[in-house]
Structures are given as C-alpha cells and as structure tokens.
Design a binder for this molecule. Structure first.
Ligand SMILES: NC(=O)c1ccc[n+]([C@@H]2O[C@H](COP(=O)([O-])OP(=O)(O)OC[C@H]3O[C@@H](n4cnc5c(N)ncnc54)[C@H](O)[C@@H]3O)[C@@H](O)[C@H]2O)c1
Length: 262
C-alpha cells in the first residue's frame, strides 16, 4: 500500500466497536476495520460465533486485536458494559458501528403490535440507546469520533411488504442526521451506510424467487452485493483523515438501486 493511501485510511491505534458483528454485514465491517489496524470489539448476541470471529480477525498481518463482548442493543445495561469493556481493553473508542437489525415481511393489517415493537426496538430504539451511551462517552473523551449506522434502501423510499422495517430505517436516517448536527461541535461525525440488497440471515425468508427478480430488475448492476463491498465505505467514514468532512450523510452501496425509477 502506498504511504499516501495508508495515511488516508489507516486505523492503527484506533478502537472500533461493531454491534451486530456476529451477523453477515456487521461481520464483514468488523473484519475490515480490524484489518485496517483498529482494535475491534465484536459485539452481539451469539457468543460462540463472536469468540470465533474475534480469533479469526486478530491475525498478525497488520490487523488490530479483536475481542468479543456480548450485547443486546435493546438493553441499556449491556450497552453501558460494552462502552466500559471497550474502554478498559483499549483505552479509547474512536469508531462505533450500529449494525444490529431485524426484519419481517408481514401484510400491513396482519402486523401485530409485538412485531412492530420488536423491529422498532432493535432497529431504531437500539440505536437511540447506543448513541446515548457512546455519545456521552465520546463527548467526555473529547477527541472526536465516528458513528456509523447501517440504514437501508427501505429508509430512503418505502419498500413494499416491509412496513415496520422501512419506518424504522427512515427514523434511523433522520436520527443520524440530527445527531450529526448536534455533535459536530464535538468533532463527532454521524453517518449512515445504506446497503442495497445483500443475502443475509435477516432477509433470507423474504427473498422469494419473485422478490429476487423484482430486486434484480431494479438494480442496474443486476446482482446482489457481497458483504465485503461495504468495507471501503466503512473505512472512508471511520477515518478521521479520509472522512474528516463527512457527517450527516447516508451513502448508498447498492449497485445503483437508489438511482432507478423504472
Ligand atoms: N442484508 C441486506 O440486504 C441489508 C440491506 C440493508 C440494510 N441491512 C441492514 O444491515 C444490518 C445487518 O444486517 P445483515 O443483513 O447482516 O443481517 P444478519 O441477520 O446477518 O445480521 C443482523 C445481526 O443483528 C443481530 N441482532 C438482532 N437483534 C439484536 C439485538 N437486539 N442486539 C444485538 N444484536 C442483534 C443478529 O443476531 C445478527 O447477528 C441490519 O441493520 C440490516 O437492517 C441489510
């Protein structure tokens, strides 16, 4: 790597925390941050997977150290413990990624309140709680920071069949922009990455053959994304050099999906 590229994107001596890092996209994002040199906290609910990933990601090839910390993003106590553990292990937090998410395709009149609450709790309230906990920490630390929230195409234009999910992601984009405004004086940047369509656990039941055909018909690159294709945008937003003037953005990584009308 040229030293110029290194200066722009290197995360050596930084600390990154990724909630939902035991999932498909969060895992690739955490691995990318760790490989770029950041000490990385793999946070999520699946302990076995998390410990395994932490061992895998901490490879000797210039990567940072990785460790697993159990965390349910709807539980404020877990989030406080995540901040404390990350600080105790690595002495600081620089990058915080909210990637936990759940989805469900339910016809509107069949959505039960419990389902609405479950999706809203993880996708929106969970990020609200996480931002309160890490926001306080970053302001006290007084050294800036980068918060990256994983939004969705569904948060930009409503997506058929996923009413609650779409509303939660629209709220997430709005909240992120509001926090970007609020915390700019503290040099804390808050951005979203809006993935197009990537096969993962949370959407595999929704991806029927008919649905896949609709998605491909609306994706100029005519394919699904690969989780690793989110890493470049993550590093851009994480880096206080390359991403220094980017805040309040919602960056699509979508093979052109959000540029299409008919
Ligand atoms: N896959 C896609 O096409 C796509 C598109 C747009 C946005 N997204 C978003 O990307 C993010 C990652 O999703 P993914 O596609 O990798 O799915 P995934 O199901 O592989 O990962 C989601 C992760 O969130 C975790 N999670 C769920 N509830 C949690 C909670 N309460 N606390 C902590 N962790 C919890 C799950 O255990 C899982 O590890 C989500 O926010 C999702 O909405 C995904």
């Amino acid at each position: 790597m040229s030293s110029f590229t290194n200066d722009q994107f290197d995360l050596e001596d930084k600390t990154a925390v990724v909630i939902g890092a035991t999932g498909e996209l969060g895992g690739a994002i955490a691995e990318g941050l760790c490989r770029a040199g950041a000490n990385t906290v793999i946070a999520g609910r699946n302990e076995e997977e998390g410990i395994q990933r932490a061992e895998e990601f901490s490879n000797p090839d210039g990567a940072g150290e990785a460790l697993f910390q159990a965390c349910d993003t709807t539980d404020r106590g877990d989030l406080q413990a995540l901040v404390e553990t990350s600080d105790a292990a690595f002495g600081q937090i620089d990058v915080w990624v909210n990637s936990a998410g759940v989805n469900s395709a339910t016809p509107f009149f069949e959505i039960e309140e419990a389902e609405w609450d479950r999706i809203m709790n993880v996708n929106l309230k969970g990020v609200f709680l996480a931002c309160q906990e890490v926001g306080r920490y970053l302001i006290d630390q007084d050294d800036g920071g980068s918060i990256i929230n994983i939004s969705s195409m569904a948060g930009m234009t409503p997506l058929s069949r996923v009413f609650t999910y779409s509303a939660s992601k629209a709220g997430l984009i709005n909240l992120s922009k509001n926090l970007a405004r609020e915390w700019a004086p503290h040099d804390i940047r808050v951005n979203c990455i809006a993935p197009g369509f990537f096969p993962a656990e949370q959407n595999k039941e929704i991806l029927s053959d008919e649905r896949i055909a609709d998605i491909m018909g609306h994706t100029p690159m005519n394919r699904f994304g690969e989780a690793e294709e989110l890493v470049g945008t993550t590093l851009l937003l994480a880096s206080e050099t390359a991403g220094s003037f980017i805040t309040g953005a919602n960056i699509p990584v979508d093979g052109g999906y959000s540029s299409m009308t008919i």
